[in-house]
Design a protein around this ligand. Structure first.
Ligand SMILES: [Zn+2]
Length: 81
């Protein structure tokens, strides 16, 4: 088999696996999600201070952030705490 053909096969398989993973992350309820608060305070202009939450799900490995000034959003429309 030509290397080029095998590379195309691998890329097609990788794409398929990527979408399968995205689908699992959408279905996951992130029940074991971890929450870590971050801040970037002490700026000369306090309005430039940022506070955010980093979320990580150990099950589906999805990671995302949300602004701390908003509610604790687990998924759009789903609030915890
Ligand atoms: Zn998850």
């Amino acid at each position: 088999m030509m290397i080029k053909d095998r590379v195309l096969e691998i890329k097609a398989e990788r794409k398929k696996l990527y979408y399968e993973l995205l689908d699992l992350q959408l279905k996951c309820e992130h029940l074991n999600v971890t929450k870590k608060c971050h801040g970037n305070s002490g700026n000369y202009d306090p309005s430039a201070d940022l506070y955010w939450i980093e979320w990580r799900c150990p099950d589906c490995e999805k990671a995302w952030t949300s602004d701390q000034s908003r509610a604790n959003v687990l998924k759009p429309g789903v609030v915890i705490d």
